[in-house]
Design a protein around this ligand. Structure first.
Ligand code: DGJ
Length: 726
């Protein structure tokens, strides 16, 4: 059993073939963390919890002073606020007396096959009950009556686990949850580097590494979205670790709103790591009998460095996060008109793109922003989700049918959570946008945000979207979200519940996404938030594809794709070839092939040569689709190690095929280089289409392939394919 409880030692042990996580019920029923790391068969963890104590400063439960225990120094499985543990806390409940002292102790537990769903929240799931095992540990704060259940699910085969928390009010008085983190992990040392993914619009998820240092380091979002600025991901890598070696711990929050990812190194040089809803601007009143569910965090451990960690995330998300019809189906190769036409289009213009697409071998036309209301620029019409009749001579349905008659699929753009001040719906319902009394409503891209906490707003959106989705042959939705939330408040929430706004907002969004995905299960969703502003596992639960970034310049986008690959699989990554000028079509193609491939241009704007080149690219897309979508990714040269060039490789699961892509971003004087492949089968022989030679996997991985002949040219790229020969 991957989860066991040793009754005599009171130790919980959560095992996968390559990892172990252990904690125990300590004296006075404290839950004490023991270990997380590479698999260990034993469970003799006696004394592993001990830390140096500073008796006069670090307070203790009076019954335990003689043992050296202090909640301030021992590794706590859930660090609580105000009762001795002075580190960042994972749980803070303000009780009816007005204080926020919180202290939960073990009560009971159960272990079972399978994984529970989290009401209203996206979460990983089990394909069948045998795939994972769950441990629920019930704890109680006997003063507040807060019953706090820690839920751990172990994905046996994948060295991965999830953790979430349920708080139930078992008292007869309402209390307020001020902070509830989805997991809390006390590590034995501070000898790690902290890795996070920072960015901005057009430049999302850049890799950043810094050593842990005493005190607090963290990242988060208070933007009402998971954000382009700081992704809800962090990793700890042992100081001696690298891409291929060392202890790597990856943490990712399945949540698309305000998050906080924190670390604190204490005076014993031990590290606490946590992740959860950002407590700034958060509070939740919990009435007697009610329960609150935290979002879920994903924890991955690998002793094969960052590469091993990433591949585990990729497999896990492909098999246990992404859902629906399109999980396994081959996604259509699309052309999107946004970069080509912006909002200046009509049916004729789009039809010309569709005809070219059909002739070229592209499978779907996506009609982006600008088809509704009177949207000729970004100052109007969001919320008026009915067709702009002046853009469609025979109506939008007629136009969609004409595209379908060509034999193409059809996709449409929405930004459901937004409302333009210049819209019919805003005139009718000015209180439907997020706002607070007596303050101006800030605009972002000239728009406000719909108050998704309101049922009437969600019903309106569901009905008006269903009208179009139900009455037209639509195959795909691009779901956009182009601003952050300000003046956060809802006209319907009472003052004491305004702190619940952000979480209720995202629950509302999730509910709408759930209704739409259930009502139209055939639709392929591509999430988008000005590109990759909501590139998070919460969105991946609804949307098997996410537009990775509005930056389609291959030379800088590749950095975004490398950063994203730390935890997100290629299958999710929307990546398109556009007409932007910095590199040739070969390089644009090679970079965009790392993901759910497509085009983003108006063929009328590009040369006949470029169009011919694109025609030639389509066969490769089909040939290597499975390798890229379902293969293992190996980062060979990462932008954070080498600013001039980078290389990445996909290897099929059975190790019979591989594709190595090299990109020279900027030419340098260093002409010679050998690339050593990774992940091949040492005993297999592979033929290589670069030089036609047959070499063993051992040779390719150890001696490598000598690429001294490739041109040293800005923007040059090369994809080399390897195939097993028997
Ligand atoms: C932002 C997206 O990232 C773009 O691809 C495009 O859909 C625009 N919004 C449309 O307004």
């Amino acid at each position: 059993m991957p989860i066991s409880f040793d009754d005599s030692k009171k130790i919980f042990k959560l095992d996968t073939p390559s990892s172990t996580y252990a904690f125990k019920v300590y004296d006075e029923n404290y839950l004490i963390h023991l270990y997380y790391g590479a698999y260990v068969p034993d469970n003799d963890f006696d004394g592993y919890e001990k830390r140096r104590q500073y008796a006069s400063f670090s307070a203790s439960n009076a019954h335990l002073t003689h043992t050296g225990f202090s909640a301030d120094t021992y590794p706590m499985e859930i660090g609580c606020n105000g009762c001795g543990d002075m580190r960042i806390s994972a749980l803070q409940i303000r009780n009816a007396d007005g204080n926020a002292s919180t202290d939960v102790r073990y009560v009971s537990h159960k272990i079972y096959s399978g994984k529970p769903a989290l009401p209203g929240l996206p979460a990983l799931y089990a394909n069948d009950d045998g795939e994972c095992t769950t441990l629920e540990v019930v704890t109680l704060d006997k003063v507040t009556g807060a019953e706090v259940t820690l839920i751990y699910t172990v994905f046996e085969k994948l060295s991965a686990m999830t953790r979430s928390v349920v708080v139930k009010n078992t008292s007869d008085k309402t209390f307020e949850i001020e902070k509830v983190m989805s997991f809390c992990l006390d590590m034995e040392s501070d000898e790690y580097d902290l890795i996070t993914l920072y960015g901005r619009h057009n430049s999302e998820r850049h890799f950043e590494k810094r050593p842990l240092a005493h005190g607090y380091q963290g990242i988060g979002s208070r933007r009402g979205t998971s954000s382009a600025q700081q992704n809800p991901f962090m990793a700890l890598l042992s100081h001696n670790g690298s891409e291929d070696f060392g202890d790597a711990y990856g943490f990712n929050l399945v949540y698309s709103c305000n998050h906080l990812c924190e670390t604190e190194v204490d005076f014993n040089n031990c590290t606490r790591v946590m992740m959860g809803i950002n407590p700034t601007d958060f509070g939740w009143l919990l009435a007697p009998g009610e329960s609150f569910y935290s979002p879920e965090a994903v924890l991955v451990y690998s002793n094969e460095g960052l590469g091993g960690m990433s591949r585990t995330f990729h497999r896990l998300y492909n098999s246990n996060l992404v859902r629906g019809k399109w999980k396994h189906l081959k996604r259509p190769l699309l052309v999107n008109n946004w970069e080509g036409t912006g909002m200046k289009f009509d049916d004729e213009k789009l039809y010309a793109i569709a005809k070219w697409a059909k002739e070229t071998g592209i499978e779907m036309l996506v009609m982006d922003d600008g088809w509704f209301g009177h949207r000729d620029n970004d100052r109007s019409s969001l919320g008026d989700w009915f067709e702009d009749s002046k853009k469609f001579k025979n109506g939008m349905t007629g136009f969609i049918n004409s595209v379908k008659d060509l034999g193409l699929k059809f996709g449409i753009w929405y930004e459901p959570e937004m409302i333009s001040p210049d819209s019919e719906i805003y005139k009718k319902h000015p209180d439907w946008c997020i706002h607070v009394p007596n303050r101006d409503r800030s605009v972002g891209r000239w728009q406000y945000v719909m108050d998704m906490t309101r049922e009437d707003v969600r019903d309106y959106l569901f009905n008006i979207m269903s009208d179009i989705l139900g009455n037209n042959a639509i195959d795909y939705i691009k779901w956009d979200f182009n601003r952050n939330i300000t003046e956060a408040g809802s006209a319907l929430l009472p003052p004491e519940r305004q702190k619940e706004f952000f979480h209720r907002f995202i629950l509302g969004t999730y509910e709408l996404m759930d209704r739409i995905t259930k009502a139209f299960p055939h639709l392929l969703f591509e999430n988008c938030s000005g590109g990759g502003g909501r590139y998070d596992p919460g969105m991946m639960y609804f949307s098997p594809q996410i537009w990775c970034s509005d930056n389609t310049d291959a030379l800088s986008r590749v950095d975004i794709q490398f950063g994203s690959s730390l935890c997100y699989p290629a299958s999710v990554q929307g990546a398109h070839v556009s007409a932007s000028k910095r590199s040739g079509y070969e390089t644009k193609r090679n970079v965009a092939m790392w993901g759910s491939f497509g085009y983003e241009l108006d063929p009328a704007d590009i040369s006949e040569d470029a169009r011919a080149e694109i025609r030639g690219q389509i066969a490769d897309y089909h040939k290597y689709y499975d390798l890229i979508h379902y293969g293992d990714l190996y980062r060979i040269i990462s932008p954070w190690d080498d600013p001039y060039k980078c290389a990445w490789e996909f290897v099929s699961e059975d190790k019979s095929k591989a594709m190595l892509t090299l990109l020279i971003k900027f030419a340098t004087e260093r002409r010679n280089f050998v690339i050593k492949l990774k992940g091949l089968d040492a005993g297999k022989n592979y033929i290589c289409d670069f030089d036609g030679r047959i070499r063993s996997g051992a040779m390719l991985m150890n001696a490598g392939i000598n690429l001294h002949e490739v041109p040293e040219k800005d923007g040059y790229s090369l994809a080399i394919h390897f195939e097993e020969v028997k």
